[in-house]
Ligand binder design. Sequence first.
Ligand SMILES: Cc1ncc(COP(=O)(O)O)c(C=O)c1O
Length: 352
Amino acid sequence: MSKAIPVTRVSQSRLTEALRETSEFGATFSDHMLVADWEAGSWKPPQIVPFGPISFSPALTPFHYGQAIFEGFKAHRTANGGVALFRPRENFCRLNRSATRLAMPGIPEPLFLEGVKELVRLDRDWVPHREGGSLYVRPTYFGVDDTLLVRPANRFRLIVMTSPVGPYFAQPIRLLAEERFVRAFPGGTGDSKAAGNYAGGLLAARLAQEKGFHNVLWLDGIERRYVEESGVMNVFFVLDGKAITPPLGGTILPGVTRDSALTLLREMGIPAEERQISIDEVLSAHAAGKLTEAFGAGTAAIVAPIACIRYRDRDLQFSAVSDSSVATRLRSRLVAIQTGREADKHNWLLPV
Ligand SMILES: Cc1ncc(COP(=O)(O)O)c(C=O)c1O
């Protein structure tokens, strides 16, 4: 048995129904956060404290050199009246892989998982009740040295906060295939959840949004030819009745939803392939009527149908989703498992 985590509770909860059922993604935070520090070679005992501002030196490592990583997963209300986290161990493992890549100390599993469970248990009243709602769990982990020397920090902090959310996209999305900027390249940090990856993508996303798109569709960093992923999700194409998603080759984020989707699609009798798919193949398959659907898969977006992809001067339109669309069926199975309405035969849920 691990030791109980010390908790300093808020004197008065900020919870209201309007805050809990908010539709703006990531703008509301629950009452508490988990904080743990690494110093002089070891982890100090974590604590749960009221969510609120923290104060640091202006010379703080991530402000200058970006030694910061994060994660994202969700807790849902389940059919039996409880609350369960969806595959948090996968996020824990990915956080530690990102930590290794950014020269940061590994986090012990009990510190992370017990801490997250305790935090979500304490703030369980913040888990939305409405269909499609969930409590988004956001760990962030960063160096806390105050030196301008370029080197890995000597001290680190892990903070886990939670935020009640609805789906990230309210309607089918429009993506712009990006040729000028790239997100990642072999040997870089594309398969880590490094904060800097997102900073590097903001300009392309903003320029795409100014043209009426939700985000970009990233192409590979060498030839600008192979589809990689989108801003906050992996992508799937339904081609000739098969679901195709780009392979994990070091430049895309190994999405937990992507992995879950591959399992569920195969169970649904839809062959699922991880293979390279070029933008030219997407164009020609679409022109030949073989490309029937495209969708994104990610924690925030869940399964998000793609309505349009623009590449150069061509707009590939996809027909509106119906109950029989692969995206719709996949999404409802995933949500049914997450909310305990379907048996959890893969052991994906961790009740809190
Ligand atoms: C760049 C990127 N790709 C893919 C994903 C999907 O990953 P997951 O399904 O683990 O949320 C995310 C979101 O975390 C992301 O930020």
